[in-house]
Design a binder for this molecule. Structure first.
Ligand code: TRP
Length: 333
């Protein structure tokens, strides 16, 4: 086992504060403890959106810009784009040859994606060979660096499991000790819902982007659902029944803020609108520095580009070492 972690995201474009609280903030901490690789899975985007590639490059840049703004540091972490490390594709070939068909067919995440595609809401109409290989490609990402840990959300754990199975099978078939079995490292995250109380997501139009302005953040927060039983400003409120606003306070406020808000709500001394105005200021304060940093990178896209290209070069070096072992084990030239 080494001290290496790796993780990635599909290029979904500008990220929201749920990504920050749930994933990126955790990566930013982990990069101080582990040799870290973080990448944009642009080939994975093709598994469902092979026919909608016009924004793919910009979406990858936007994702990396958000990461850098949030504190991923190219001096500590290797930041790269999957398609710039073609060694991934070669490893994917070897792994695809040894992965039993029923392993990919039972992938629960894939089953969900297939359901979405069949309902007509996905990017494409067709379930392709590439989509079926989603977990194998993900295994290639991880095993290419022989990462010991993969920091992911609970929804990706099944994919790390299949990666472990594939690693074991490879070692056993080729009588080699090339891969170690990576373990998921569950994100210690605060879950944040969208302003309407549902899962935060850009397609639900209920998200706050890392890149949003203070004004649009405030506007969004003013839409947040509160205690539905409170009609008039001086009605006594129930923070525990407040569907969104008080939950946000619990994430963004200090212990003192939370206590004061709770008291003011319960005694009817603050109305929901005023409460949300204060909350918006809190949220904006939390993202002030991140947004300033983001603006800097947005104005210097050549810096982001350099980080991506030099990170990808660095990643390739490590990848080539693994591939050398793999080729030897498989007895390929
Ligand atoms: N499947 C992951 C997601 O949708 C993205 C991903 C691709 C990934 N390859 C990976 C995550 C390797 C961790 C490690 O979020």
């Amino acid at each position: 086992m080494n001290n290496r972690i790796m993780s990635g995201m599909r290029p979904t474009g500008k990220l929201h504060i749920g990504h920050y609280l749930g994933v990126i903030d955790n990566w930013v901490k982990l990069q101080n403890k582990y040799e870290s690789y973080f990448f944009v899975a642009d080939w994975h985007a093709l598994t469902t959106k092979y026919n909608k590639t016009e924004n793919l490059r910009q979406d990858s840049i936007d994702v990396v810009t958000d990461w850098l703004a949030c504190g991923l540091d190219p001096d500590k972490s290797t930041i790269y784009v999957q398609s710039l490390v073609p060694e991934t594709a070669e490893l994917h070939i070897y792994l695809s040859m040894i992965t039993p068909q029923h392993w990919v067919e039972k992938d629960p995440t894939l089953k969900d994606i297939v359901k979405i595609i069949k309902s007509g809401d996905g990017g494409s109409e067709e379930i392709t060979y590439g989509l079926l290989g989603y977990p194998v490609l993900m295994s290639a990402d991880i095993l290419l660096f022989n990462a010991s840990f993969v920091p992911v959300g609970i929804d990706q754990v099944a994919h790390v499991e299949i990666t472990r199975d594939i690693a074991r099978r490879f070692n056993s078939i080729y009588g080699a000790d090339v891969f170690n079995e990576p373990q998921p490292l569950l994100n210690e995250c605060s879950y944040i819902c969208g302003v309407d109380g549902n899962k935060m997501g850009k397609s639900y139009n209920n998200d706050i982007k890392i890149s949003d302005t203070e004004e649009s953040t405030a506007k969004r927060i003013m839409q947040a659902i509160t205690d539905r039983s409170r009609i008039r400003r001086d009605d006594l409120g129930h923070p525990d029944q407040c569907e969104v606003a008080f939950k946000y306070w619990q994430i963004f406020g200090s212990a003192d803020d939370i206590e004061k808000t709770k008291h003011a709500c319960e005694t009817g001394t603050i109305g929901c609108a005023d409460c949300k105005r204060c909350l918006a200021a809190k949220v904006n304060e939390r993202f002030k520095e991140i947004r300033e940093k983001r603006k800097y990178y947005e104005e210097h896209p050549e810096i982001v580009r350099d980080i991506i290209y030099s990170g990808s070069e660095k990643a390739r070096k490590t990848a080539q070492e693994t591939l050398k072992e793999v080729r030897k084990a498989v007895q390929i030239y």
